[in-house]
Design a protein around this ligand. Sequence first.
Ligand code: NAD
Length: 368
Amino acid sequence: MQVLDRAGTGVSMSPSKAKRHHTSLDRLFRYAELLNYGDVHIKFDPATGLRAIVAINNLKRGPAIGGCRVIHYRSADDALEDALRLAYMMSYKAAINNLNHGGAKAVLMMPKVIKNREAYFEAFGNFVDELGGRYITAMDSGTSTSDMDIIARRTPYVTCTTGSGSGGDPSPHTAFGVYRALESAVKFKLGRDDLEGLHVAIQGVGHVGYFLAKALHEAGAKLTVCDVNEKSLQRCVEEFGAAVVAPDSIYDIEADVFSPCALGAILNLTNIKRLKVSAVVGSANNQLAHHHYGAALHERGILYAPDFLVNAGGLIQVAVIYDHADEKKAHEQIGNIYHTAMTIFETSKAENRATSEIAESMAVKLLR
Ligand code: NAD
């Protein structure tokens, strides 16, 4: 198992040394300490096949919130590591976006078959309830609104239920946050208030990328897109007149903004050198292949809008709906990503430091 650093990108440990002195649990403890945990809870329910981990990273700002994912993991180590990494990022997202919540994540190791989905999620609901409100669960990969409804039979600490107002798909809210960050970057870097004629290169036009492309098209922007899915591309060509390039060519496109909305770790030193844009603003998690690479973008004069600020629209939506049941307030708070991004850009300029560093220090301060 690999131990990850703060950015989730990998800290190498001598394997032989690790083998002699450390069990995988020792390394996970070290990782948890590095990320300032927090508590981690584990529940087994042989009757339903539930194997659940709830990682609560930080409670300083309020009850911890984060999605519940149900996916296959190769090992319990992998599942635990994923929970720790994801909950940590949720703390950053919540803090920098001024939510009165800490970060958490539930990871359920998917059994070969979930024999009785109702019993499975009821058992998970009991687990969440036992945590007494320290953790609020939500939808994530492998869960749906109806799963949240089942959980709600056993605990009030759940959102994304039918009728909760937060809806099933967070992508339009996430895309709105990306759009606001992009407007902020364009204002800061290019001194423009509108997006008419702006050229945006989008990597990945799936859920978030599609809604972003739609909003940009409506604002008069010109789009170049790439994806590995033909249908997704076709939709953007037909609906928005987007130009299409091969996935690997997207880094070479001369545009105003590059918007990574597909994969993490795509901003490595090679790709950063290839970019011919003024700003990078996208939804993908962990875009920087190493968190020091924010400095490489800064040195090249490319404005980087930090991912954990930019892609928090979905989280803001579920948190505000859980706390206030107010769609308008949620929308306004997602819109505020514009202003937080602007503060980060201005501080970066004043202090001549990478935006990623500024955003990280802001989040860390807010979590103390
Ligand atoms: P998605 O799976 O719907 O879309 C991703 C798209 O990227 C797909 O169309 C896929 O075919 C495409 N893709 C995959 N490999 C590619 C490649 N090599 N080159 C180009 N395209 C490629 O996912 P999504 O929900 O739209 O999320 C996009 C990104 O934003 C992910 O990194 C996700 O973790 C992050 N994110 C999403 C949300 C959300 O609300 N959905 C919230 C926060 C962060």
